[in-house]
Design a protein around this ligand. Structure first.
Ligand code: 13P
Ligand code: SF4
Length: 305
């Protein structure tokens, strides 16, 4: 049952002709009132399809809201807490991308959607964890500059004949790199019948010890279709909140309880209400950068559909 505050937000949302988009890592109380809940790719595709709404409230981190803006420069896109940044996206600057391009002029540039908007403007195409291999394989070039996540780069490199050059050295997610080989061994011992599913942002040793390596959307689809009843989930903790709500007859165990993305949790119901009432905090991207990065975003969506 919804709380009074959740109902108030739903009424405000109607009044403002707003849509609430939320990432799978949002806390349960926000998941419950979102119009659309998804992984980064699903959210990009959804953002590219918004037509009738006046206001978009984005509960996720900065790069997700910015991508929604790039796709909808004439709409008002707001984020409930402006400090909600993805630290990994900030590990690669546009200058570093430019320098790498100069060093490897024959390479295509594939950037993870978890990147800064200025860096995206230097990319040929974006990718997410759901489509990275497909994106790389769709390109004519045999040499690929790939950033900023080194683990996703390695995940792709293991499955393609193309040369993958990770940029920058050491780009990573501080949440997914918390998991170690010992955690998978311990979880498997505790839950011997459970499948281990981890995110491609995890270290190679964790990926190698898992049964499946999937994006958050891929994890949801997999467990829905699986005959198995028990799963060890190696990603941010609130994905399990969604799994428990949508698939109550199966059992989900976190690989680590501490896997909490702090900036994803900066959003709260109070802040969502504030962002609807005061249309804050507005996301905007300089027009030239927005136009330049749209090409890479749209190209990814076209390849993925
Ligand atoms: P997904 O696209 O798999 O939801 O991943 C986004 C993310 O930030 C992972 O940490
Ligand atoms: Fe960024 Fe990692 Fe948080 Fe995802 S979980 S938003 S990659 S810090």
């Amino acid at each position: 049952m919804l709380t009074d505050l959740q109902k108030e937000i739903l009424d405000l949302k109607d009044e403002k002709n707003a849509i609430l988009l939320a990432h799978n890592y949002q806390p349960g109380e926000i998941q419950e009132i979102a119009d659309f809940l998804g992984d980064s790719l699903e959210l990009c595709i959804k953002a590219s399809e918004i037509e009738a709404k006046d206001l978009v409230v984005f509960c996720g981190v900065d790069f997700m809201a910015e991508t929604a803006y790039i796709l909808n420069p004439n709409k008002k896109i707001v984020i409930p807490d402006i400090e909600a940044e993805c630290p990994m996206a900030h590990m690669l600057s546009s200058d570093e991308v430019k320098e790498s391009k100069e060093k490897h002029p024959d390479a295509a540039v594939v950037l993870y959607v978890n990147s800064l908007v200025d860096a995206k403007a230097e990319a040929d195409i974006l990718c997410t964890s759901a489509n990275a291999l497909k994106i790389v394989e769709s390109l004519n070039e045999d040499k690929i500059l790939f950033g900023p996540d080194n683990n996703l780069a390695n995940f792709v490199a293991k499955q393609t004949n193309k040369e993958i050059i990770p940029i920058p050295d050491g780009g990573h997610c501080y949440i997914h790199t918390m998991f170690h080989k010992g955690d998978t061994a311990f979880a498997k011992e505790k839950y011997p019948n459970a499948e281990i599913i981890v995110h491609p942002e995890c270290n190679n040793e964790v990926q190698e010890n898992a049964d499946y390596v999937l994006s958050t959307g891929g994890m949801i689809n997999h467990v829905k279709e699986s005959d198995n009843n028990e799963f060890i989930i190696g990603t941010e903790i609130d994905l399990i909140t969604r799994l428990n709500r949508e698939i109550p007859d199966k059992n989900f165990y976190p690989l680590l309880d501490e896997a909490i993305c702090k900036t994803m949790k900066l959003h709260s119901l109070e802040k969502v209400k504030n962002s609807l009432l005061n249309e804050k905090f507005e996301i905007s991207v300089p027009e030239d950068v927005s136009k330049k990065s749209l090409n890479a975003v749209q190209r990814m969506i076209d390849v993925s559909k």
